[in-house]
Design a protein around this ligand. Structure first.
Ligand code: ADP
Ligand code: MN
Ligand code: MN
Ligand code: MN
Length: 339
């Protein structure tokens, strides 16, 4: 007897990495072995030394195939078993381990857009739908496009055991969101990558594509982000710690260090319009959806909770955004003695 293991990894495509996967047949009950692939076809190696190594780091039930079949998220190593330069997970693991006592957790809001050919789902051929206003969290065929795909994706994520916490229709037609978390830094990032893979794979069966393009339609249409909600134990207990984290993200070169690693094309999305702050001006505020970082009103009222970094693009690497936020905020909290 055998089962199918779908080995999934993040490639070396620039400026935004893509997901790849292939299937391994294993004897029932077998451990998940390391495997290899042709790195010269994924921008991860040269043709004359093309082998790269896949090392399983997270697995879950495969909701598409069912039964005992698995989805297996892998990190990419070189043949010396060192992390490949494209392996951003290894860097996150190191930083997250340094700050485990602060108990950082994340909830990431993944926005995305369905496309049918070269048009967002719901856009008429050769034109535009009615302006934005009624689509966000809307209902009815005049406003909603792709709900059958969204429901199937949600069901698949739940069957896989992922920590999905919700879904909603977004401001532009054909645009949607799901949220993963709150979970530890490595967990939220691993699970978000699997949820993205399931999104593409689920949409295949409906003959539509999904994209994380941060600004899929130019002009007066919302971009797609990946708001990153963050807290530590201290932030979940005190407002001073919330402020320390917000201030730390604004200090010195930090705003730019973060923004330039928050996804390709970020200046197209962070214009200061469409519920964004300009990419080159850092700000934070209570309830402020035009700020870089928002403190939810409930957090101010309770005097504790979490913050929302609204800057990350939909196409951000979750291993990178969580590493930067943990590093910046946990270092500052430690310095301030607020741990
Ligand atoms: P928005 O109002 O910005 O659309 P959402 O409900 O879409 O908010 O997303 C909020 C996210 O914040 C969820 O993923 C949720 O799990 C996460 N979250 C809630 N509490 C915390 C916390 N203490 N630390 C980190 N993330 C949190
Ligand atoms: Mn949201
Ligand atoms: Mn949203
Ligand atoms: Mn949000």
């Amino acid at each position: 007897m055998t089962f199918k293991a779908e080995y999934i990894w993040i490639d070396g495509t620039e400026p935004t990495a893509k997901l790849r996967s292939k299937t391994k047949i294993l004897p029932t009950g077998a451990e998940l072995p390391v495997w290899g692939f042709d790195g010269s076809s994924t921008n991860q190696a040269a043709g004359n030394a093309s082998d790269c190594v896949l090392k399983p780091v997270f697995s879950c039930p495969d909701p598409i195939r069912g039964g005992a079949d698995l989805l297996v998220l892998c990190e990419v190593l070189d043949t010396d078993m060192n992390p490949h330069p494209s392996n951003t997970r290894a860097q996150l693991v190191e930083v997250a381990e340094r700050f485990t006592e602060q108990e950082p957790i994340f909830g990431i809001e993944q926005e995305y857009t369905f496309f049918e050919g070269d048009r967002p789902l719901g856009f008429p051929v050769g034109g535009f739908p009615a302006p934005q206003g009624g689509y966000y969290c809307g209902v009815g065929v005049d406003e909603i496009h792709g709900r059958d795909v969204v429901e199937a994706h949600l069901e698949n994520c739940l069957t896989a055991g992922l920590g999905i916490s919700g879904i909603n229709a977004e401001v532009m037609p054909g645009q949607w969101e799901f949220q993963v978390g709150p979970l530890s830094p490595v967990e939220v990032a691993d699970q978000l990558w699997i949820a993205r893979w399931l999104l593409y794979r689920t949409a295949e069966d409906f003959k539509v594509s999904a994209t994380l393009n941060p600004k899929p339609v130019k002009g007066d249409w919302n971009g797609a982000g990946a708001h990153t909600n963050f807290s530590t134990k201290a932030m979940r207990e005190s407002y001073d710690a919330i402020i320390t984290a917000c201030e730390a993200l604004g200090e010195g070169s930090k705003p730019l260090d973060h923004v330039k690693n928050y996804g390709a094309g970020i200046d197209d999305r962070l214009t200061g319009l469409h519920e964004t702050a300009p990419w080159n001006e850092y700000s934070y505020g209570v309830s402020d959806r035009g700020a870089s970082v928002r403190i939810p009103w409930q957090v101010e009222k309770d005097g504790k909770g979490y913050i929302e970094d609204r800057r990350p693009n939909a196409n951000v690497d979750p291993y990178v955004v969580t590493r930067l936020m943990v590093d910046t905020c946990c270092t500052a909290l430690e310095k301030a003695g607020q741990v």
